[in-house]
Design a protein around this ligand. Structure first.
Ligand code: GLN
Length: 485
């Protein structure tokens, strides 16, 4: 086994026992990136020299024997929507092409405090807008299982990178599915924890009432290890409550005897690919063999969630992207003659088609004449969706759905019709609107392409998701199958 193939847990153990060094581990990942990234295009920036310098420091600390960080010497990649001091952070948009942040996002500070090493910045759909990375202004990433296919999005660079063992883990962002859907398409573990559990400070805002920063890993336990580090209240983000952070790895081996899982029947109708449906049905049987009790329920609002999301999210997008005006930071048009032209030309040149589409929709839905008909109505529907989830979760421990209606699709297949692209999010956006925790985990293959299953938990109950995912992972071993790239 090459060192870059290790999980976080394995690397922690080997580093602590001094069986391997951080320099070897980081070097193995750098070689892997150099060998594969021509084909995958997962990185928009790399920071290899610094990474190697830090690896040497970590090795010294480990050799000394004193207290070391929980991720001491462990290499990762970060979505280019998360601010990293001194490393360009572009949001995959021309607007921020040369932007180098002056400070770290809270999640980055936390990773660095524990000794993690950043190898570079992962490609994504510009501003997080998309489900395939094809909206990146710097070219799309590829799926390591079949490079003619998309890795999903928007955090597709990160999931492709973890699946192909370029890094041990990645951080992504998930506003309506951007960690879970690409995890499903690449065969990684992708967690969107409860809204507010992890600080959003220093994440480039998309839809502020939906945005979450979370881990993309090779195992459930690794996701729990990362959440242990990221979770908690942050004075810089008013939406992080003072809720106790448990040790997420503690109960992971508890098993799932008697656990009650709700299966919404609406999620298995309509546009769901029949092969994906089969895989999920087999997975439900596997969970039953492990002692869970699965029962069909009705989730009436599933169909309304997509329409609701595509009003709430662009409304917030139009407001959040207002700050890119060509003056404070970001692209500044060279041929503007007055203030108005600076705004208009800088935005026209800096934003891509999808960002413009969302800004226009959001400006419309928030405008005086249409606010009540669209934004207010969507917020009312959002409350109904949240209540329906809560009612089900009063009677069940978890809800199970597919993550994505299809396996990875071909590059270019859905770009001409934004609406078919938006349908990719049908199973992920309802959970985002409700603010609940959910994780996509590998649940088999269709034609050699991974299929993901989504486990949705009660608010702040990531632990039940972890113990269920872990039990299933141990029983099936789906996550261990590797792409040949
Ligand atoms: N694919 C969804 C969208 O385009 C979700 C994006 C996200 O979670 N950042 O909005």
């Amino acid at each position: 086994m090459n060192l870059n193939q290790l999980t976080i847990k394995q690397a922690q153990e080997k580093l602590a026992k001094k069986e391997i060094s951080s320099v070897d581990l980081v070097s193995a990942c750098i070689s892997r990136i150099k060998e594969t990234d021509d084909k995958l295009h997962n990185f928009l920036a790399t920071d290899f020299d610094n990474a190697l310098k830090q690896a040497k420091e970590s090795d010294k600390k480990i050799a000394k024997g004193g207290k070391i960080g929980k991720l001491e010497g462990i290499p990762c990649g970060i979505k280019d929507l998360i601010l990293t001091k001194g490393i360009t952070t572009t949001a995959a948009s021309h607007m921020l092409k040369n932007y180098v942040p002056l400070f770290d996002a809270t999640v980055i500070t936390k990773l660095k405090n524990e000794g993690a090493i950043i190898l570079g910045k992962h490609n994504c759909d510009a501003w997080g807008h998309g489900s395939s990375t094809e909206n990146s202004d710097f070219g799309h990433s590829h799926n390591p299982w079949d490079i003619t296919r998309v890795p999903g999005g928007s955090s597709g660079g990160g999931t492709s990178s973890v699946a192909s063992d370029q890094v041990l883990f990645a951080l992504g962002t998930d506003t309506g599915g951007s960690i879970r859907q690409p995890s499903s398409l690449c065969g990684t573990y992708g967690l969107k924890q409860t809204y507010g559990r992890v600080s959003r400070y220093g994440g480039i805002s998309m839809g502020s009432s939906l945005d979450c920063i979370g881990p993309i890993t090779k195992t459930t336990e690794d996701a729990a290890i990362i959440l242990n580090i990221l979770a908690g209240q942050d004075a810089k983000d008013g939406t992080t409550p003072d809720v106790k952070v448990p040790d997420y790895t503690k109960n992971i081996n508890d098993g799932i005897k008697g656990l009650k899982i709700a299966i919404p029947k609406q999620a298995f109708a309509g546009g769901l690919d029949p092969d994906v449906k089969n895989s999920i049905n087999v997975a439900i049987k596997d969970l039953e063999k492990l002692g869970a009790i699965a029962e069909e329920v009705s989730l009436e609002y599933l169909d309304s969630a997509l329409a609701c999301y595509y009003i709430v999210m662009p409304s917030e997008v139009s407001s959040n992207l207002g700050r890119y005006d060509g003056i404070r930071y970001g692209h500044n048009s060279k041929d503007a003659k007055d203030l108005m032209e600076i705004y208009i030309k800088s935005r026209a040149e800096g934003f891509g088609a999808e960002a413009k589409r969302r800004i226009m929709i959001g400006t419309y839905t928030l405008s005086a004449g249409y606010y009540d008909a669209y934004y207010k109505k969507a917020m009312q529907v959002r409350t109904l969706i949240k209540q329906e989830f809560e009612n089900i979760l009063n009677k069940f421990d978890l809800i199970l759905m597919p993550t994505s209606p299809t396996p990875a699709f071909k590059i270019g297949e859905k770009t001409s019709d934004p609406l078919t692209m938006y349908l990719e999010d049908i199973y992920t956006v309802p959970v985002s609107l409700a603010g609940l925790p959910a994780m996509s985990i590998p649940a088999g293959f269709v034609n050699n392409l991974p299929v993901g299953m989504q486990l949705i938990g009660k608010q702040f109950d990531e632990e039940t998701i972890f113990k269920t995912a872990h039990a299933y992972e141990q029983a099936t071993g789906w996550g261990e199958v590797k792409p040949k790239i």
